[in-house]
Design a protein around this ligand. Structure first.
Ligand SMILES: Cc1cc2nc3c(=O)[nH]c(=O)nc-3n(C[C@H](O)[C@H](O)[C@H](O)COP(=O)(O)OP(=O)(O)OC[C@H]3O[C@@H](n4cnc5c(N)ncnc54)[C@H](O)[C@@H]3O)c2cc1C
Length: 399
């Protein structure tokens, strides 16, 4: 197994790095470095820049706008984007529903939705989880009854990320309650403007509004909006969730956050010296860097295996290890970033446009505690870390 990049791959990395350096708007880069919230307009603007370059949907087949890159090139692209640091293209469209439509949708669905996903003309959100159906997703209750040429949907989804911006939601719904629970589920694409849909925000601990409840009351959905066969939605969902976890290690994000940690530690005083000169603090940084190096090697082993097989056919169960370790490392870094500013992490200073009170402490301290609290989510979404351990014990250790 060769974990080194070839000369061509290094040239590719330089090209990608130069593009991100020149094309990413400064205002977006600054928000990413500080850990401030991005507006919808930021995410849309950046994805359209990528799409114009032909790089918004690199993993898709070439006929639908993909780049035809190897798994190693894809890895390099993701890592460079995270280190830029630039926002990822909207995952709900590009890495979740897009690949499902490509693999299981019909031609009309592909033509209608895929170009709009690539250019983020439609903002998609994910309607899987329900109150009481998260880890045990197959127990979901949102009901879709067939009436002629449409379904009537009733029920509730929850934790629906950025549904407040969404034009479309992809949903798992129960179309048959009489069969085994996994067999009675279908996969529907639903226009968020359909009468009967209500979006209610859930305010998170950092004061943010990124998750929502979504209610469906007699929502009429044309049968042509169903993906694949009725009752096969669970198969499509498993495919989607495997893809969701593969990109979740976020090694590039952690590298960038460690760079930021060192920058801030060099600014912050600690007992007559700087935090970065404090040996115990440096040891904490080194410990997390070692974990990150090990994660990077694990990820490269997965990518290298894909390189030798050509393309990745199905998601590797090792994606569960990447998710588990990646989330633990990101959370440790967010904790150190808060520690670096000490008491200045304590005041609650949510981002308020036009705030006329001065910030307490340095400007860069404001977003650190909210990010720390917000990032507790990383070990929950995309399948909680306990569930990843169950997958590892069965699929990798054979227990
Ligand atoms: C910020 C955020 C954004 C999200 N965005 C979306 C979204 O856009 N769309 C969407 O559909 N969903 C979304 N989710 C939902 C997410 O997928 C679920 O929260 C997750 O699957 C866990 O489900 P739950 O919250 O119902 O917890 P539960 O399943 O009730 O789990 C509670 C606890 O029990 C543990 N547990 C459960 N079952 C087992 C088991 N068998 N073995 C061991 N431990 C177990 C879990 O690990 C957890 O610690 C989001 C969640 C968060 C936090």
């Amino acid at each position: 197994m060769d974990l080194r990049f070839t000369p061509d791959e290094i040239a590719f990395r330089d090209e990608v790095r130069a593009f991100f350096r020149s094309a990413l708007p400064d205002s977006i880069r600054a928000k990413m470095v500080d850990g401030r919230h991005l507006a919808k307009a930021d995410i849309v603007a950046w994805q359209r820049i990528l799409n114009q370059k032909g790089w918004a949907v690199p993993g898709w087949p070439v006929e639908w706008g993909g780049t035809g890159w190897t798994p190693v090139q894809r890895y390099i692209y993701d890592e460079e984007m995270q280190q830029a640091p630039a926002p990822q293209p909207l995952a709900f469209g590009v890495s979740m529903v897009g690949p499902v439509i490509i693999a299981f949708g019909n031609e009309a669905q592909k033509k209608r939705y895929l170009p709009r996903i690539a250019n983020i003309d439609d903002w998609w959100c994910q309607g899987f989880s329900e109150p009481g159906s998260g880890s045990d997703l197959a127990s979901l209750k949102t009901k879709a009854e067939r009436v002629g040429d449409h379904y009537v949907v009733n029920g509730q989804k929850t934790w629906t990320t950025l549904a407040q911006h969404a034009d479309m939601i992809f949903c798992l719904v129960r179309t048959d309650a009489t069969v085994k629970k996994q067999e009675g589920i279908s996969f529907l694409l639903i226009d968020m403007k359909t009468p009967g849909i209500t979006v209610r925000p859930i305010v998170t601990i950092d004061g943010g509004a990124e998750v929502n409840e979504v209610f469906f009351d007699d929502v009429k959905v044309p049968v042509e909006n169903r993906i694949g066969e009725e009752g096969k939605g669970w198969d499509y969902a498993k495919f989607l969730l495997g893809n969701e976890r593969s990109g979740i290690a976020r090694v590039g994000v952690s590298k960038q956050r460690i760079r930021r940690l060192k920058e801030l530690a060099a600014l912050e005083p600690a007992g007559g010296r700087r935090m970065i000169d404090d040996r115990r603090f440096r040891e904490k940084i080194a410990a997390v860097e070692i974990e990150l190096k090990a994660l990077e090697m694990t990820q490269l082993r997965v990518v290298s295996a894909e390189r030798s097989q050509g393309r990745a056919k199905t998601p590797d169960p090792a994606s569960s290890i990447l998710k588990l370790k990646g989330s633990e490392i990101q959370q440790s870094i967010s904790e150190l970033l808060m520690e670096v500013v000490g008491p200045y992490a304590l005041p609650f200073q949510p981002e308020i446009d036009g705030r006329n009170e001065p910030t307490i402490g340095p400007d860069y301290a404001g977003p650190l505690a909210p990010t720390y609290f917000n990032w507790r989510k990383i070990s929950i979404y995309g399948g909680s870390n306990e569930i990843q351990k169950n997958i590892i014990s069965k699929a990798i250790l054979g227990l």
